[in-house]
Every structure is written in C-alpha cells, then in structure tokens.
Design a protein around this ligand. Structure first.
Ligand code: NOJ
Length: 534
C-alpha cells in the first residue's frame, strides 16, 4: 500500500442533527453538551468523524440553515466554550469534527442583510441579489424557490426584489462580489483556527447564478409527486461554471491548514457531480454521492450505478457513499427492515468514504407527524405531498424510557412509537441487532486495508445478486455478495474459495466457501479469499 490515505478517505463519517441527538438542559431540544455526553457511544460504534448540522445563531426558520451570525453558537445549543469543549472531547477520542458551512444564503436577520435592504445605496446592497421588477411589476424572472413559490421576494422599502433559493427568510448571498467571498472565507478560517477538521458545505452547487438571469425552461419529465420547484430545469440558477473558481478559493483556505477537508452537498446527475472534484487541489474533496438514496433498490440498478460512478470518477477523485440524511426519508422506510442489513453491508464495503445518518444504525424509521406538530417549513409551505422532513429528524432513541433518553421533557418532535424495541440500549444487548452489524462492519473495514482503501472490482452476477471484490497489494482480498431478494440464491465462481468473514445473518463466520456461496434470502456475505480471485 505505498500510497498515503488521508483520514477522510479511510474514515466513516457520522451525521448528527444537533436538535435531535441529546438534550442536556431539559428544553426538549438537543445541544452541544448533550453531544459530549454521547461521544462514548460514537467511539464504541467506531466512527471516525462527526458532522454537525448547523449550530450557529439562527431564528430557526429553517432550523439553523438560516444563519444570523456565522461565528458563534446559538444559545439553544450552548456557547462557544461548549463548542471548544466538544471539539476537545472529540479529538481526545481520536475522532474528527466537521461543521456545516452554509455559504449560499444567510438569515434575513443577519446584520449583513439588514444593512443590504436598508437602501439601494447601502454599502452592502451588492452582498445579496437585488433585481428590478419587470415593467409590469412582476418578478425579474421565473426562478422558483426550493420550498415552493417564486424565488423572488419584493421589498417594499427599496422597490426591488431579492432572490432566495429557499425561504424568503433565507436571502441568497451574491458570491460574484469579492467582498462576500472574502468575508465568507474568513468564516472558514475562524472555525479552522478553532480546530475543526472540515466542513460539509450546504448546497454548494447553488452559490453562483447566471449573470444574465435567464429564465429556466420547463422540465418535460416533471412528475406531480416531485417538489414544485422541479417543474423547471435549474439550468440558470444552479451549477454555473463560475462556481468552480469559488470552490477553488475555499479549497485554498482549507489547504492553508493540515489535512482539513470539505464535503459538498450536491444533488446533480453523476456526470455533473464528478466535475466538482475539480482539478487536483481545486475541487471539493468529496462531492456527496446520493445515489444509494436515489437509485431504485434493486441489485441491477445499484450495481449499474456503482459501476458508472467508479468509471466516471477522475483519477484524483476519492469516492463516497451516503445512505441517509436530514432531508430524505429514513433508509429503513425507503427499503424495509430486511434490506437495511444489506444496505449497511453495501455502504461499508463499497470503495469510498461512507456517511451514516444518526439513528439509521439502530433502524430508526420515519415517524408520522400529526399536523399540529409539524415543524418543517417545507411541509408548511407545500403541505400534504410528503415532502416534509420532520419524520427523519425525530429524537435519537437511546433507551426505552418515555422520552427515549433524549430529554426529560416533551421533545421538539414526537418520538417513534417503537422506541421500546428500537433503541441503543436494547440493540447493544442483542448480538443480532442492526447496530451490532454496523459495529462489526466498521471494525472489519478498519482492520482490513482492502475494505478500507482497496480497489473495487465488479463481478458479473444476475437477478437479485450484487457481487464485487475489494483488493489491495499485500493484503487479504474479499468478495462481497449481497442478496437483494427474498429468495435464497447461489453464486458460483471457479476461483471463489475462502471463508466467511462476516454475514448479515448470525453464525456463519468462518464457514468455508468452496467455489459457491449459498445466500439466504436477504443475506449479505463478506468472504475472505484464500487466494486472490482472477
Ligand atoms: C440543504 C440542507 O440540507 C437543508 O436542510 C436546508 O433546508 C437547505 N439546504 C437550505 O439551507
């Protein structure tokens, strides 16, 4: 293994949604001291890095993705001193900490926006995107907000519209303005100087818009179940070529420090996604790859997606895989309980950095939210269509107590009704739990260089089977065989001999494999090869 791999290439990232991880002060909302209380759990699980969704001062119109001060902590979550303590405790355990950097928009309560909207002559007018009304007073163009309706908000006082890709309480910054760039790069430095190991960058493909503000065309493939903004192709308000120069500037700041990184949130077709790797040292270290969320859960479709992604990656591009996050339906609610074990094995044996969403490791599912408890502004703006994100943001289920060990009072979102059976304490006692499987997979991955950094080699298979090999020079090689189907399946190959290193079913370890694997329904197996398979 001559090559040196960096921590974010070898490691497993774990996403915490801070409002829902652990409440320490009895207000029903999670906080930073609460996260510190639970770090031993994360260390036990074996993850390498923790990414926190936003913790900065915010009016919480979009639960922290509307930031009113980039260089402080919201009192709901704690103080800067709490943050310093958290980072110290994370590092003491040999883990890394990633923050959420939200460069596309601020809160409308940010002092920059207050100044910008105060007059057309404001020194910060050009920090946001202001445009004249059309001659009939209408919006400057047809761009739509991701959270419903027009993306333009008329400002009575100054008689112009401002652009907001999300809520009207989240005005977009004007990244074509070098002053904005400098101010935001200083935000990165502020946190890097405090010791953070990197950033997850919110909607990074959004930050530059068309300089001519051209109208978007309708998407001829639009489906009514999609979010309304997808009626239009986002040609002119996202993924503009100039974004890559800005990313290059962000990357240069990170590279002023030792082994810091950024992972970019990007929902784009794979051939566009991979352009965000930039050229060597200019791009995002990891453009989030959401294909395991978006691809139909069938062996063939997933296999094709993996092969295509591997083929499209640039030579310097390190892959990554994501199973869930705070914007998408819970993994188990998408693919079902049985396949959750296959998904875990896939995530942790594919080549590339895996990102886990809190609670997925114990099998938390979407929690139905009664109408009077809806919190998510997306659901409030576009109700009843299933776009709401509260179901996947409910409190972590630590134990079987009434508030799930998350809080001592009523939590900000309802707690799942299966908390008695689905919780960390119960799962830690059960050697067959999903949590136990995650832990063993992470441990195996860390122990075996082929699984951590080895090559990916697709092996042809049929029907519900997905089969591939991981290998690296001078280390054991493995074949991973996953049965996506509900029937038993057999995979034969002349060169396949070794023993079972890990199965999603109990009591198969060390079984000898001699030229064929008999997979039970919905079973995944990792075979340690006796010889390298050709
Ligand atoms: C993406 C975030 O993940 C999502 O939660 C948020 O609502 C939007 N960006 C706007 O910041």
């Amino acid at each position: 293994m001559g090559q040196k791999y960096l921590w974010w290439q070898r490691g497993v990232i774990y996403q915490i949604y801070p409002r829902s991880f652990q409440d320490s002060n009895g207000d029903g909302v999670g906080d930073l001291p609460g996260i510190v209380e639970r770090l031993d759990y994360l260390e036990w699980l074996g993850v390498d890095a923790v990414w926190l969704s936003p913790i900065y001062p915010s009016p919480m119109a979009d639960f922290g993705y509307d930031i009113s001060n980039y260089t402080d902590v919201d009192p709901l979550f704690g103080t800067l001193a709490d943050f310093d303590h958290l980072i110290e405790e994370v590092h003491r355990r040999g883990m890394k900490l990633l923050l959420d950097f939200v460069p596309n928009h601020t809160s409308d309560q940010h002092p920059w926006f207050a100044e910008s909207r105060s007059s057309r002559d404001s020194s910060k007018r050009n920090w946001y995107i202001w445009r004249e009304p059309k001659s009939d007073g209408g919006e400057p163009n047809n761009w739509l907000s991701n959270f419903g309706g027009s993306a333009w908000q008329f400002d009575e006082r100054t008689g112009q519209y401002y652009y907001h890709a999300f809520l009207k309480e989240q005005p977009d910054l004007n990244w074509r303005n070098p002053e904005v760039q400098d101010a935001m790069l200083n935000v990165l430095r502020f946190w890097l100087d405090r010791g953070v190991d990197g950033f997850r960058v919110d909607v990074i493909w959004h930050i530059v818009k068309d300089d001519q503000f051209r109208n978007n065309d309708p998407d001829p493939n639009y489906q009514p179940q999609w979010a309304p903004h997808r009626k239009l192709l986002a040609t002119y308000n996202t993924d503009r070529p100039e974004v890559h120069d800005i990313i290059g500037r962000m990357r240069a700041v990170l590279d002023e420090y030792d082994e810091r990184m950024m992972v970019g949130e990007i929902y784009l077709p794979v051939e566009r996604l991979v352009t965000y790797y930039g050229t060597e040292n200019s791009g995002v270290n990891l453009p989030f790859n959401f294909q395991l969320i978006e691809t139909p859960w069938h062996a063939r479709a997933i296999g094709d997606a993996v092969n295509r992604y591997e083929a499209l990656l640039p030579a310097h591009g390190w892959p990554n895989w994501v199973l869930g996050n705070h914007d998408n339906s819970r993994m188990i609610s998408r693919i079902g309980k049985e396949q959750a074990r296959i998904a875990a094995m896939l995530l942790l044996t594919l080549r590339g950095t895996p990102t886990l969403y809190y609670g997925d490791e114990i099998g938390m599912h979407n929690v139905p939210i009664p109408p009077d408890r809806v919190q998510d502004p997306f659901e409030k703006n576009v109700p009843g269509l299933g776009h709401g994100r509260d179901p996947e943001r409910t409190p972590m289920q630590w134990n079987a107590e009434p508030n799930a060990g998350f809080t001592s009072v009523s939590a900000w979102l309802p707690i799942a009704d299966d908390v008695e059976s689905t919780n960390v304490v119960a799962a830690r006692k059960d050697p067959n739990s999903l949590l136990a499987l995650y832990r063993r997979l992470i441990e195996l991955r860390r122990r075996e260089p082929a699984l951590e950094v080895g090559n990916f080699v697709s092996i042809p298979a049929e029907g519900d089977l997905l089969v591939f090999r991981r290998e690296v020079a001078n280390a054991r090689a493995f074949v991973i065989a996953l049965n996506f189907g509900a029937s038993a399946a057999k995979f034969s190959n002349e060169n396949l001999s070794g023993k079972v290193a890990l199965s999603t079913c109990l009591n198969r370890e060390n079984q000898i494999i001699d030229r064929a694997i008999e997979l039970r329904p919905q079973e995944g197996i990792i075979v340690e090869l006796r010889d390298r398979m050709t």
